[in-house]
Design a protein around this ligand. Sequence first.
Ligand SMILES: [Ca+2]
Ligand SMILES: [Ca+2]
Ligand SMILES: [Ca+2]
Length: 145
Amino acid sequence: MKNILFASTMLAMTIATVSAQGVPGAHFLENWDLNQDGKVSLEDAAERRSDIFTMFDADENGELSGQEYQLFDTTREEDAALNAGGHGQGGMRRAQQGLTLEFNDVDENGVVSKDEFVSKTTDWLALIDRNGDGTVTVEDFGPIK
Ligand SMILES: [Ca+2]
Ligand SMILES: [Ca+2]
Ligand SMILES: [Ca+2]
């Protein structure tokens, strides 16, 4: 079941790559805007982070170990490499930064619990929300107008 979920997510990411090329932030929106209203709200982001956590918690013990986190890191790198701009774009770089073990391991014990990961959603969204309106849209990516 976990593998099927994982495979379908990877497929969705691949499809998003094809349709979102060239528009900064569009790929992010396609992955994170769950109710497809053009904005990633705190609710969207928290729910998606919770899903992602579950996906990468291979032994289902409620924590991402260093080893489990490595797979998560690799998957994000591959996804970024597939996308136009990759790590280079400011918005995507901030988004990636907020998904690292260092960012999410609040008590610095080397593993990330689900509570830590989901509770960091607010800080993570604030990091990406460049214009400070409380949600992430394509306006928070790309060149500053
Ligand atoms: Ca685990
Ligand atoms: Ca921790
Ligand atoms: Ca915003």
